[in-house]
Design a protein around this ligand. Structure first.
Ligand code: AMP
Length: 252
């Protein structure tokens, strides 16, 4: 789990100060992670953030923080949560507004890893516009790939800590004590959208809405395709090997 910053400005609300207490990275990486739900994007994002000292910006995390917050929710937030519960994508305008409010994160000297955004072509275009406004370029868009059967198996066994959100898997990454988080001792839960009926919808949504982004970013010369088969460390090593070969973005 990354501890580069408290990410308050990204996760809680954009007005929150973002406290960083790590040395500057050698170069700030600005990356987008793509991949169907269950390919292990979140795990890779955590490993990459620790190595590259970037911030992990996950729109899914923002929505989960909104869901768990005691604060009164806006109409748009309630609408978004209803989509998530069904496993459907939240409408573009809501997600884009939410990201735009947090666009200061794009000029962070530590760089960033966007996980779960963009997920549709309009979101990718909006991201391009937001980055253009602050004169920031992406270094790469990484897409993790896995066969569908493996994805379903991974998602249905996934359990998440109800407190610190560390991920486990009943078979491949079991906690030391059944149903209890190794890190903080809180109960493990199944995400609402990891239930079988939501998983099917999420995979269809991915195929329809997000897969076209692969072609979009390939055309832009930014795409890095990586197989997500194998254990997280080997996928991470493959990713680092490819990132280290990237030329530095001029001016970064
Ligand atoms: P994740 O943790 O990235 O799998 O996101 C959990 C859920 O939040 C998704 O299944 C969507 O319902 C919603 N969500 C997160 N990011 C986006 C996005 N960029 N566009 C639309 N919906 C999103």
């Amino acid at each position: 789990m990354t501890s580069i910053s408290n990410k308050a400005a990204w996760v809680d609300e954009p007005q929150q100060p973002c406290v960083k207490y790590m040395p500057f990275p050698k170069r700030p990486y600005r990356l987008v992670l793509l991949g169907a739900p269950g390919v292990g994007k979140g795990t890779q994002a955590d490993l990459l953030c620790q190595e590259l000292l970037t911030c992990h910006l996950s729109t899914g995390e923002v929505f989960r923080a909104i869901k768990d917050s005691d604060r009164e929710k806006t109409a748009a937030q309630n609408e978004a949560l209803a989509y998530i519960k069904r496993g459907e994508l939240v409408p573009d305008e809501i997600v884009i507004d939410m990201v735009r409010e947090r666009s200061d994160c794009f000029v962070c000297e530590y760089g960033f890893i966007l996980d779960g955004f963009p997920r549709t072509l309009p979101q990718a275009e909006a991201l391009g516009t937001m980055l253009g406004e602050v004169d920031v370029a992406l270094d790469a868009v990484i897409t993790y790939e896995l066969p569908k059967e493996v994805i379903v198996d991974r998602l249905s066994g996934r359990r998440m800590c109800s407190n610190c959100r560390t991920n486990f898997h009943v078979e491949y990454k079991p906690p030391l004590q059944d149903g209890v988080c190794d890190r903080c001792g809180s109960p493990l839960v199944q995400r609402e959208d990891d239930r079988p009926e939501s998983v099917v919808v999420r995979l269809e949504e991915y195929q329809e809405s997000t897969e076209p982004l692969i072609q979009y970013y390939r055309k832009a010369g930014l795409l890095m395709q990586i197989s997500a088969m194998g254990d997280p460390q080997s996928v991470f090593q493959k990713t680092m090997g490819m990132l280290e070969r990237l030329p530095s973005v001029v001016g970064s």
